[in-house]
Design a protein around this ligand. Structure first.
Ligand code: COA
Length: 674
């Protein structure tokens, strides 16, 4: 794990712990040994560097659920800082968390051009545990340290150098650069832990606390990181560092950190479902997108931005031109926000063709259909595509609800059919449901995952059911919210309860934002297959019939004032709810916010469990990531399935029993909850 080689008057200390050189126990033991060996050899300097594609990318997260093992990382780094031999960190790749802390414990820091630095512990619900929050303000100042530690953002080597955090940015091999540096070693300055950070404005921390609390929406680790950095302004390192360590260990056991670590590991497991084992992605270069509306344009832009050649197809030339304009608008938006250079923008534009002729799809390796949600329209699109494209080219539908097997009915080579369900706006939303048909080949499915990765999406495998994973759970969630309305809640009370839980919006505000027509259309579509015994709440339908479609029509579940997106309660809606309840002979009762949350969550967990039991999702983690990345479920709650485990299956079971009692014949309870 750690090898020491004495070369003349230099000790070369190499860490080799794939995949990311995390500081697991063997690395910690190796570093302590390296300090001793370098001192024994009485060398002029020790150079620490890493094998592989990155310098140390952090503590070993997989050790975090277990008791901490000796030697502890802060003690190891203290020995490096206190060593009689000057240490030089020669870093490359992503120098994160424990890696950045190691570099800060060294006397000199040299980084390869392009190296990225950060303290991502905040994203795992933690504070650094080996001096990061205490040394960083002493290295680059309090304000810059707060930016990094409370957001987990990375900065590149040049920026860190400009902030005074590096001695050198080099091109080429880290060891060569460090050896050159050591030849003419500058005199060793005071170690970081002995420095005092420059003072900040007296109200700096109070203001930051307010700002961060607002931004964090219930996640506590950004505030913990702020607190830890504040200690550097009042305490010496020798007192601040043990406090940081104690907080780090306490947070490792917190529910938020467990949830965030679950999300981290789930994101790495989600791309490796059993269903693609043995599959090899097919090389895709040219993509055809059919439909240049909001969704199609978003997909086309995302594909262009990831380096694909894109052909947009629309029904006539005017629509094709409008689609092109929309995509160019997205490119221009990227340029404006500094995300796309003007050079790249030109390249993207020239990689785009817009046409009203399906013959333009002839060279495409993959076609993604994003047209109106209508079976016949979609079937016609694929017939036209199949007439021009090669029989091996992959055909993908972006449908949200329609069974893809019907969409592709009658088209040759069913092994190439797949669903690629993007979420609107497609260039922003991270989630991509990758829908497997019974006929989809492993290679085609693997291509879907490969594409998702290249588009920087979180690709989640889904089988076929009404609404796939995400919208099926959404539909259950909304149905239960409507039952709660009838039983005594107001839309505002439900929205407030769910915001309090950590959702960015409650179900009714969200419907007003996206428009009530979508769920109205869905309810109409589901009507023929809905059991007549199921409890049905028609308030949403009545609002649509009264042309209350949400924010755009200024009235929906709430009313809106001109130029203002803030929802205001509307007696029209509360009266309507009361009337409907009365007509149904219901006695409305009061619910606490906790009861509301428990019931809505129970329904989500129940539906998620059924989805896994039916084989629509392979694992609970797939369900969790769908809700986190497509529906605003708070990441620090880990997704509904993780949350259900965390609060305990008994509590979920009890809440679900209440749900069923209040709405008999309306729910299928999962085997797991039974
Ligand atoms: N501890 C343990 N395992 C880690 C790890 C860590 N700190 N960081 C990454 N890994 C594992 C991943 O789980 C993955 O394992 P798998 O191949 O079995 O799925 C593997 O290393 C590669 O990671 P991945 O994220 O897929 O590679 P990447 O090249 O896309 O990204 C990093 C590399 C370092 C940028 C990214 O892994 C990362 O951000 N890691 C977390 C860093 C962090 O939070 N450090 C602070 C810890 S306190």
């Amino acid at each position: 794990m750690v090898q020491v080689e004495i070369e003349g008057d230099i000790a070369l200390v190499q860490i080799d712990n794939p995949p990311v050189n995390a500081t697991g126990v063997a690395v910690r033991i190796g570093l302590v040994q390296a300090v001793k060996e370098a001192e024994a050899a009485n060398v002029k300097a020790a150079i620490v560097f890493c094998a592989g594609k990155t310098f140390v990318a952090g503590g070993d997260i997989s050790e975090f659920g277990k008791p901490a093992q000796l030697p502890h990382l802060p003690d190891v780094y203290q020995q490096i800082e206190d060593s009689s031999v000057p240490w030089i960190a020669a870093v490359h790749g992503t120098t994160l968390g424990g890696g950045f802390e190691l570099a800060m414990a060294c006397n000199f820091r040299l980084a390869q051009t392009g190296t990225r630095f950060g303290l991502p512990e905040v994203n795992l619900g933690l504070v650094p545990g080996a001096g990061g929050s205490q040394r960083l303000p002493r290295l680059i100042g309090v304000e810059a340290a707060v930016e990094l530690a409370t957001t987990g953002q990375m900065i590149d080597a040049q920026k860190l150098y400009d902030l005074g955090g590096l001695d050198l940015v080099f091109d080429g091999n880290p060891v060569d650069a460090a050896k050159m540096f050591a030849k003419d070693l500058p005199s060793v300055q005071s170690s970081l832990s002995t420095r005092t950070p420059a003072a900040v404005a007296p109200d700096y921390f109070d203001n930051k606390r307010i700002e961060i609390k607002k931004r964090a929406k219930g996640q506590t680790s950004p505030l913990d990181n702020l607190r830890a950095i504040e200690w550097t302004t009042t305490l010496p390192f020798s007192e601040g560092q043990p406090k940081e360590r104690a907080l780090h260990l306490e947070l490792r056991d917190s529910t938020q950190s467990k949830a965030l670590r679950h999300a981290f590991f789930s994101e790495r497991a989600v791309g490796k479902p059993k269903a693609i084992e043995g599959g090899t992605p097919i090389d895709v270069k040219n993509i055809t997108v059919v439909g240049g509306g909001l969704m199609g344009a978003g997909i086309a832009f995302t594909c262009l931005n990831a380096g694909y050649q894109v052909t947009l197809i629309e029904r006539d030339q005017d629509a094709a031109d409008a689609g092109r304009e929309r995509i160019e608008g997205l490119i221009a938006g990227g340029v404006k926000r500094g995300k796309i250079s003007t050079d790249k923008a030109e390249k993207l534009k020239s990689a785009l063709t817009a046409s009203d002729d399906y013959a333009a799809s002839a060279n495409a390796d993959l076609a993604i259909e994003a047209v109106f949600e209508d079976l016949t329209v979609k079937q016609q699109v694929f017939q036209s595509l199949a007439a021009h494209m090669s029989e091996d080219a992959i055909l993908a539908t972006n449908t949200s609800y329609i069974d893809p097997t019907q969409i592709f009915d009658g088209i040759a080579n069913p092994s190439r059919f797949i669903g690629l369900h993007f979420f609107s706006p497609a260039h922003i939303m991270k989630l991509l449901e990758i829908v497997k048909l019974p006929t989809t080949s492993k290679d085609v499915l693997a291509t879907g995952f490969d594409l998702g990765k290249r588009l920087r999406k979180v690709g989640v495998l889904s089988g076929i059911c009404d609404g796939f994973i995400g919208n099926r759970i959404l539909s259950a969630y909304r149905r239960q919210a409507d039952y709660l309305l009838m039983d005594g809640c107001t839309p505002k009370q439900i929205d407030d309860a769910m915001r309090g839980f950590g959702m960015p919006m409650g179900p009714y505000e969200l419907q007003d934002l996206t428009g009530l027509q979508i769920s109205w259309a869905n309810r109409k579509r589901q009507a023929p297959t809905r059991s007549p015994n199921e409890r049905y709440v028609r308030i949403g339908d009545l609002l649509c019939e009264a042309e209350r479609f949400g924010q755009r029509s200024k009235v929906g579940w709430y009313k809106y004032q001109d130029g203002d997106r803030a929802p205001h309660e509307d007696s029209y809606v509360t009266d309507l709810i009361e009337q409907e309840a009365k007509q149904a002979g219901l006695v409305q009762t009061e619910f606490t916010n906790d009861q509301i949350v428990d019931r809505l969550l129970a329904v989500m967990v129940n539906e998620g469990a059924r989805i896994v039991e039916e084989g629509i999702a392979e694992r609970d983690l797939d369900v969790d990531l769908v809700k986190i990345h497509g529906y605003g479920f708070p990441r620090w709650r880990g997704g509904p399935m993780h949350y259900g485990q965390e609060i305990g299956i008994e509590r979920v079971k009890a809440a679900m029993a209440e749900v069923v009692r209040q709405s008999p014949n309306s729910w299928v309870v999962s085997e797991r909850l039974k």
